[in-house]
Design a protein around this ligand. Structure first.
Ligand code: F6P
Length: 496
């Protein structure tokens, strides 16, 4: 596998090594570790090493982990390669090995072809296979076992996301001394949709092993509580769910609550003021022929992100002459994601076909309509792109939060630019001064894009200022501190 140099962050783990026997009083558990291992291909590109893992979860948790003495349990991205605990970028990491079969059944299958579409409004049809479910249970058990081995008595364990929904109850059964939090980074569906899942009861019971179950939006927490009531008959009062043990007694009270996630504001703000990054932004504009307007989309290449809708709107605007390639260029960064899952492969073909079609129809020798980049980039390059872009397009059909929207606003330190934001993102709950729209409504999307392109500077400043204040007051440290202090207030009944 050829890995672009921009994605490689290091070649070797640090000298400081986490030990097999080390115990921790704070542990984060997520499907992926913050770094992915890429193996040698045995050929000319013989280097092997580590690169940053994709996605917002890592962006959100890495700052907390570098500031604590805890450990992070997760998969290191390479199948069939058992690794000992190690340290990297100031974090103690405990790798969980996945076999090729686990990757296919638990990760690509149950996590990303059953749960992912089910939890995102069934935009793609979820598939239900018993072999996938069996693997999901087995792999969740392995993650739980890694925690059980490394957690000190009375430790706090924070489990992350939909891939590991059974881990909280597995931990509670084996280690009632632990304080267990869970955070779902993606939406939680309404019970009418969740009902389709053949294993709905086991998932609810798995999550209810936690003392605190966190969600992005209040509506996600409400959906979860409705499902707990409907599918396991739980008694729910306000945000508290009374959880019964198999003998029918109340074992504990689990709390469900919204904690909207955010970004490392200081890091983005500092990068946005760095002269070399400002210069890079200028160079990006120049390389594109200095168009009047640069529009930008930055997404994992995922069908939830509404990339085809965005391209359709942009193409129609070019066709109608409301935009021209001399005046406007769309940069679309689509970082590779879950490439072995069928829906993702089909989407990539569709998007690349559409981009080819648009560019073939509208490009000139000097100007391009869409600059499409199927890569992931380091944060420095992302901030340069945010600075170069006059209009940011976030057209997700459903998104737990969307941290790109928050990063763009944070990078606009001079309060210029415009954010076009889908109503169906968690971020829309907080960024009310964005130009909000429904991405399914292509005419509405086109009109909103044109409004953003022509937004008067004073209106742009007013909107940006208000959004920046919201994000500056609620950065990722605020998010984790709120979650962890709510978790610390929960009552752990330790009879051991
Ligand atoms: O929150 C969404 C999420 O699935 C995270 O759990 C994950 O880190 C990120 O998106 C990237 O996805 P993947 O690990 O499947 O590449």
């Amino acid at each position: 596998m050829q890995v672009p140099a921009s994605e490689i962050i290091d070649i070797a783990p640090e000298g400081r090594q986490a030990q097999k026997s080390t115990k921790y009083d704070f542990m984060v558990v997520s499907n992926r570790l913050p770094v992915d291992r890429f193996p040698s291909d045995g050929g000319d590109n013989a280097a092997e090493g580590w690169r940053r893992s994709p996605g917002g979860l890592v962006t959100a948790l890495a700052p907390i982990m570098t500031k604590t003495d805890g450990a992070w349990v997760g998969w290191h991205g390479a199948p069939d390669e058992p690794l000992e605990p190690f340290s990297h970028s100031g974090m103690d990491l405990v790798p969980v090995d996945l076999s090729t079969d686990d990757v296919e059944l638990y990760y690509e299958g149950f996590s990303n072809a059953t749960l992912w579409p089910l939890y995102h409004d069934v935009i793609a049809p979820p598939e239900f296979h018993r072999t996938w479910w069996d693997s999901y249970r087995r792999v969740n058990r392995r993650f739980a076992d890694a925690v059980i081995q490394h957690a000190d008595h009375g430790a706090t364990v924070w489990v992350q996301d939909y891939q590991l929904q059974l881990v909280p109850s597995m931990l509670r059964q084996a280690r009632p001394d632990l304080r267990i939090g869970f955070f779902n980074h993606i939406p939680f569906p309404p019970p009418e949709i969740f009902a389709q899942l053949p294993w709905r009861q086991a998932i609810i019971e798995g999550l209810l092993g936690a003392d605190l179950v966190g969600f992005q939006r209040p509506s996600d927490a409400a959906n979860f509580m409705r499902s707990a009531r409907r599918f396991i008959g739980a008694s729910v009062k306000q945000q508290q769910i009374h959880v019964k043990s198999p003998d029918g007694r109340i074992s504990h009270i689990a709390r469900a609550q919204a904690f909207p996630i955010s970004i490392a504001v200081d890091q983005i703000s500092e990068l946005a003021e760095r002269p070399d990054i400002i210069e890079r932004a200028r160079q990006i504009r120049q390389d594109l022929g200095n168009p009047k307007t640069i529009l930008l989309g930055v997404d994992r290449l995922d069908y939830t992100k509404g990339i085809p809708h965005r391209l359709k709107a942009f193409e129609e605007l070019l066709k109608e002459g409301r935009l021209t390639v001399e005046d406007a260029t769309l940069i679309q960064v689509a970082s590779p994601s879950r490439e072995r899952v069928r829906q993702y492969r089909l989407l990539r073909e569709e998007i690349e076909g559409t981009v080819g079609h648009i560019n073939g129809s509208y490009d000139t020798m000097q100007n391009t309509a869409v600059r499409y980049l199927h890569h992931s980039y380091p944060i420095e390059e992302m901030v340069a792109l945010y600075l170069a872009a006059d209009v940011m397009l976030v057209t997700a059909l459903r998104d737990g939060m969307n941290l790109v929207a928050k990063e763009y606003v944070t990078a606009r330190t001079n309060n210029t630019g415009a954010l076009v934001l889908s109503e169906f993102t968690g971020a829309a709950d907080q960024l009310k001064q964005a130009l909000l729209m429904n991405p399914h409504d292509i005419d509405g999307l086109k009109n909103t894009i044109m409004r953003a392109v022509h937004l008067p500077p004073n209106e742009s400043r007013r909107r940006m200022k208000s959004m920046r204040k919201q994000i500056l007051d609620h950065d990722v440290d605020h998010w984790s501190a709120e979650f962890l202090s709510a978790l610390a207030e929960t009552v752990v009944r330790d009879d051991t």
